[in-house]
Design a protein around this ligand. Structure first.
Ligand code: MN3
Length: 207
């Protein structure tokens, strides 16, 4: 059985960039629903229930067809949100170390990277996620629809690689405070990025 992880900070810790009520509803209702629906979809599938969430997302094509769509949406939802909470920190964490070097090498500068990542978020139609992935010794930016994750691979998600940074651009992530102004939410989110965690994920992906 999968369980809802606690937030690594309080619901109001990301204010003023992301408000308390949005965080509470996003975590306690949206993320909780993905966890509950995933457990319900996998009921009786003992071998699948014992796998790490990353492996289920990676192998979603092998899940029995009658539950595949539910597992895709809800395993993706659970993994994406579990990552998302840890990729933010109150006030953000300094961009330093290998991730800083890798961003400069792959995108020429942080400003250019920020511009490309932001555009991927503002141009994603409907609900989805923006990702920075490690792919071999390169970094790539892309976006996926719904709760798809790059670990699902090119055919299913339109991307591949190991996600090291993800941004939720579903309306439920910002609508209470920002209404339809997704670009304002993304601009504020940059103040919260936990680059220490991104660095850890980069090291893990490339080691
Ligand atoms: Mn969400």
């Amino acid at each position: 059985m999968f369980t809802l992880p606690d937030l690594p900070y309080s619901f109001d810790a990301l204010e003023p960039h992301i408000d308390k009520q949005t965080m509470k509803i996003h975590h306690d209702r949206h993320h909780a629903t993905y966890v509950n629906n995933l457990n319900a979809a996998l009921e009786g599938q003992t071998d699948w229930l014992e796998k790490p969430i990353e492996e289920i997302v990676e192998k979603v094509d092998q899940v029995p067809e009658e539950i595949r769509a539910a597992v895709r949406n809800n395993a993706g939802g659970h993994l994406n949100h579990s990552m998302f909470w840890t990729l933010m920190a109150p006030g953000g964490k300094e961009l330093a170390g290998e991730i800083k070097t890798a961003i400069d090498t792959n995108f020429t500068s942080f400003d250019k990277f920020k511009e490309l990542f932001t555009t991927a978020g503002t141009s994603r139609f409907g609900s989805g996620w923006v990702w920075l992935v490690a792919k071999g010794d390169k970094l790539e930016i892309g976006s996926t629809a719904n709760q798809d994750n790059p670990l699902m691979g090119e055919v299913d998600s339109g991307m591949s690689g190991t996600p090291i940074l993800g941004l939720d651009v579903w309306e439920h992530a910002y609508y209470l405070h920002y209404q339809n102004k997704r670009p304002d939410y993304i601009a504020a989110w940059w103040n919260l990025v936990n680059w220490e965690e991104v660095n850890k994920l980069l090291n893990k992906a490339t080691s």
